[in-house]
Design a protein around this ligand. Sequence first.
Ligand SMILES: [Zn+2]
Length: 327
Amino acid sequence: MKHHTRASLAIAALIGLGGAVAQAPADGIEAHLAAAKTAAGFDFTGTLVRLCIAPQTAPGRDVAPGPAPARDTWITEPAKVFDNLYFVGTKIHSSWALTTSDGIILIDTLYEYASDESIAGGLKKLGLDPANVKFVIISHAHGDHVGGAKLMQDRFKSRLVMGAPDWDSIERSVNQYPNGKPKRDIVGQDGQKITLGDTSVTLVTTPGHTPGTLSMIFDVKDNGRPLTVAYNGGTAFNFVNDVPHFDTYIASQRKMADAAARANATILMTNHSEFDSAVTRIRLMAARKAGEPHPYEIGREAVGRYFKVTEECAQVARLKLLQVSAR
Ligand SMILES: [Zn+2]
């Protein structure tokens, strides 16, 4: 496993360097930016802006979370989005409940301040019992996705699944969990299936956004029709901005693009509405006429373009670093 990862990183580094040698860096940057814009079109403007126009350039510090923002700024209605997938997120962050024949798999848990009302309360509003959440898969250990993990573990005895390096980062953190940390539970592995009853979520390790970021492939049903979701677990560049970190990130985006294509995914989800327009798509469902596609069903080609945006913007950032170091 470790060997394989190193090999793919080395290949990614070679491909990246090949691009830089073939063109002057400035031209390379412009070419990658143009490719990102083309791939984004009008589908992924939020992702394009965050990664290519105004990217973050450093990790957050190990500090306590600030005070909860005003409820009006984040609260939104929970919703049934597919036959077996329910949105229990906020206006900004997503949390998804995948129902199975033997309980619920929850994906991501928002900030701590939102988790009780939006997840536990949201599930109840939708007629679902939060005590039936058997697994909680956390894409990565940042406060906006791991915030409700402890609540689910303590109150509902849900099993938590997270990447090993992100479990480590929780344990290392001094200040980020003033109300207690979730206890280390299941370590998500590449290719592992988290199975509950008739339903499985396949984990794809995609280090980059954090070292333990987990992406996912799973099926949903739209009026009985099965569709496949590619769930990208980490997006922004708020990690140590150096060439090796961008090489890792780029390799993971290619890996997930490949996994999505092999699974024939026609739906792209992330954990921020900024990137997948979750809240807007859910609102669009009210205007859906019989026979029209689901607002989340964007097609295989568009799913592929999403991963092109993330990769190309990372190439831009990577070449800018090389340009700085060549001065
Ligand atoms: Zn994050």
